[in-house]
Design a protein around this ligand. Structure first.
Ligand code: NAP
Length: 291
């Protein structure tokens, strides 16, 4: 059994989670759309993750849509009391699987109710407001009306904690003037470090940063530096990529996604991969787009 404790824990509001978590997006069909290729395997992956000590799972009702949450419920309900489910609202899916914005207050309220129903809970632990920029990018603009809509649902008791996703630092600060923000979920990994300063700013405030695409997303990271380091440490390149994130800052929470038991085990085992300062500097060269 893998011991996840070396990675430590972090506090999300009144919840404490292990820093090694799991992202459920890959459990739906290809492109996070439609039913899983193998539903029994999807259930197995979730159960093994939790049995291994994972107590932080990231999801959304627009994965599938609805499918991923329904599989989580099938696999894990009634949920262990220490399990924190983090979901997100702000998107929807077209009939062809396209990703669509669903950011109007009415749509956000509907999405919260869809999450409650499909996960089978009375209160959602954490809800991220996911903004829609251009493609995977962020774009400036006020989130006040949208975040106030979620803050109202929080006051009504449907949501315990709030976060934001696909946001700029200015938008994080704006959200914080409306309600406490316990986590930020943006695109970040060894090769995509545009958020370096934001990660540090949030660490200083005790706010979690959960990078999405920690392994590079649908096309996992590949680099000769990663491969060289991995060979020296008797690890895999993707384990090194996760170990780098764990060492990057104490507020980084990992949610690597996989539909495979073998990949799940490999990813969880990354907690045992300890990177020296020299290796951290060496890995800084990967991607090279950060300042
Ligand atoms: N807020 C947002 O806008 C947003 C956007 C995207 C994702 N997310 C969240 O972030 C989580 C993580 O992102 P992600 O799943 O898209 O990307 P990821 O974790 O960076 O990578 C997932 C991809 O890597 C593969 N993979 C996983 N482990 C592997 C391993 N050990 N060896 C080789 N390949 C491996 C997966 O395929 P297999 O299934 O074959 O392992 C999948 O194709 C998601 O699950 C989701 O919860 C949030």
């Amino acid at each position: 059994m893998i011991d996840l404790s070396p990675a430590g824990t972090f506090t999300l509001g009144d919840r404490t989670v292990r820093r090694m978590g799991y992202g459920a997006m890959q459990l739906a069909g290809p492109g996070a759309f439609g039913p899983p290729k193998n539903r029994a395997r999807a259930v197995q992956v979730l159960r093994e993750a939790v049995a291994s000590g994972v107590n932080h799972i990231d999801t959304s009702d627009y994965y599938g849509p609805h499918v991923t949450n329904q599989v989580i419920r099938e696999a894990l309900h009634p949920y262990p009391s220490n399990l924190t489910l983090v979901t997100k609202v702000g998107g929807a899916r077209g009939a062809d699987g396209s990703w669509l914005p669903a950011q109007r207050p009415k749509q956000l309220i509907q999405a919260v109710h869809d999450n409650l129903r499909n996960l089978g809970v009375d209160t959602l632990d954490v809800v991220n407001l996911r903004l829609m920029g251009s493609g995977l990018g962020t774009s400036e603009g006020s989130l006040a009306e949208r975040f106030e809509t979620l803050a109202q649902l929080q006051r009504e008791g449907l949501i315990r904690h709030l976060g934001v996703s696909n946001v700029t630092p200015t938008q994080v600060r704006e959200a914080q003037t409306i309600a406490p923000v316990v986590c930020v979920q943006n695109l970040y990994n060894l090769a995509r470090r545009e958020d370096d300063a934001l990660v540090d700013e949030l660490a200083g405030q005790g706010i979690a940063y959960a990078p999405y695409f920690p392994l590079g997303g649908f096309s996992p990271l590949q680099s000769s530096t990663l491969s060289d380091v991995a060979a020296r440490l008797d690890a895999t390149p993707l384990q090194v990529a996760l170990a780098w994130l764990l060492r990057r800052a104490p507020n980084v929470l990992l949610i690597p996604g996989t539909s495979s038991l073998a990949h799940l085990r490999e990813n969880l085992a990354a907690v045992a991969c300890v990177l020296s300062d020299d290796v951290m500097s060496e890995l800084d060269g990967v991607g090279g787009s950060h300042s």
